[in-house]
Design a protein around this ligand. Sequence first.
Ligand SMILES: [Zn+2]
Length: 118
Amino acid sequence: MITEETLVKQIYQVMKHQLAHEKGRLRKVMIHYDSSADSIDPEKLNRLWKEIAVEPIFESSHIEVHSEAPGGCCLLCNQEFELDATTACCPFCHCEQFKIIHEPPVIETYEMDETVTP
Ligand SMILES: [Zn+2]
């Protein structure tokens, strides 16, 4: 279980490092996470972001959260597939034993605001 605070701090560390070579200002960071593993409140995330990311380069930037369906992996045939609420068996071999693949939240990409003049 990851908290919004932990996640924001991680994003901040990564972005600070990343933006050391960028010009302009950050517009937004896009992250995606597996919706079954953690529930992340995007509003709370952005509130914390404003408190933590205070350098001018982060001014008026925000975090965009994309959640995606988790993946499943069949225990019999080892195929990976997308899970939804109705998935009851492997779509390839129809075996009912599969595991859910949990992936930690990751930074997908980010956008810079090039139009800002210092
Ligand atoms: Zn299978």
